[in-house]
Structures are given as structure tokens and as C-alpha cells.
Design a binder for this molecule. Structure first.
Ligand SMILES: [Cu+2]
Length: 180
């Protein structure tokens, strides 16, 4: 088994040449500090949702890792327990009675593309008995693009078709992205 020697200088080289970048990603997530993170919190109306999203720059992309607890669990055996998950352009997890995270705004979408081609569109969270874990690698944004913006969990699956946000229901948890 190859021994990975990870430092900033050789990340591009490793990413481009290593035969299993997934192992590099796992190793980085386990051993390195992220460049940015968001602590996700629910509100009294959505229960005890809490979690963290961490952003690691690797090569030309960003490795995103989400870990969330306290998600709703469906009673219906056919409940999907899938939750839309996006970076929104607003800078605040505040709102009003109708939408407690209204000030998180719309999806981060500087290119003005349709959903799901927004820069802030991410893979949805798949709930497992109320928790979720997800990791993916993207070049849709840089760390400086997202600092201060918000990560939102929605109540429903993202259908990746309906505009402007995949018919993913209400916003049930939110966190502001902080630089480490
Ligand atoms: Cu959203």
C-alpha cells in the first residue's frame, strides 16, 4: 500500500496521478483541518438537527464532507428520508415566522444557470435513522467564493428539475460558512 505524503505542494500531483484519489480524500478528511466549515443547526420548529459541513481544498477542487444528526425520520415505510442540500447566497440564518431562514436567500448561483447547475447545488443528504454522512468533490466553487454564505438542509428530496430549487420543501437547518 502506498504511503501518502500529503502537503500543499504535492496535492495537485497526487490528485492528478494517484490511482485511488478516494483514499487520499479519506485520509485528508481524517487528518487535516478544513479551510472552512459550517455548523448546522435546526430551529424549534424542526427539532434537534445539528451537524457540520467541512470544506477541504485539494488540487483544483474542494472536498465537501457533511455529517448531520437529528434529521426527521419518516413513519411511512416508503418515506424517502432524502433532504435537499445547497449553499445559499445569503449571509444569515435568520428569517421570519413563515421561513425561519428566509435571509439565507436563494441558491448560490453567480453564473445564473438553471437548477441543478447552480454553483451552490450539492448532492442531497440520505438520512439513516436520523443521521446522514456525505462526501463529494467539486470544482463549482472555491473557499473564498463561499465564506460567509449559508448551507441549508431542506425538508424534501431535491428533484433536480423543478426551478429554482428542486421542489425541496422548507428550510429545516442552516449554518454560516466560516473560514478556519
Ligand atoms: Cu436550498
Amino acid at each position: 500500500m502506498k504511503n501518502l505524503n500529503i502537503d500543499e505542494k504535492n496535492m495537485d500531483e497526487i490528485c492528478n496521478n494517484y490511482d485511488n484519489p478516494g483514499r487520499l480524500f479519506m485520509e485528508i478528511a481524517l487528518t487535516q483541518m478544513p479551510a472552512a466549515y459550517a455548523e448546522l443547526m435546526g430551529n424549534p420548529g424542526t427539532g434537534e438537527i445539528n451537524g457540520i459541513v467541512r470544506f477541504f481544498p485539494i488540487g483544483a477542487g474542494i472536498l465537501v464532507n457533511a455529517e448531520v444528526y437529528g434529521l426527521p425520520t419518516g413513519i411511512d415505510p416508503c418515506s424517502s428520508d432524502i433532504f435537499g442540500f445547497h449553499i445559499h447566497e445569503g449571509h444569515s440564518c435568520t428569517g421570519n415566522d413563515d421561513d425561519p431562514y428566509a435571509n439565507a436567500g436563494a441558491h448560490y448561483n453567480p453564473s445564473l444557470c438553471p437548477h441543478p447547475a447552480h454553483e451552490g447545488d450539492m448532492p442531497p443528504l440520505f438520512g439513516y435513522n436520523g443521521s446522514a454522512w456525505m462526501m463529494y468533490y467539486t470544482d463549482r466553487f472555491t473557499i473564498s467564493n463561499i465564506i460567509g454564505k449559508t448551507v441549508i438542509i431542506h425538508s424534501q428530496p431535491d428533484d433536480f428539475t423543478t426551478q429554482p430549487s428542486g421542489n425541496s420543501g422548507t428550510k429545516i437547518a442552516c449554518g454560516t460558512i466560516q473560514e478556519v
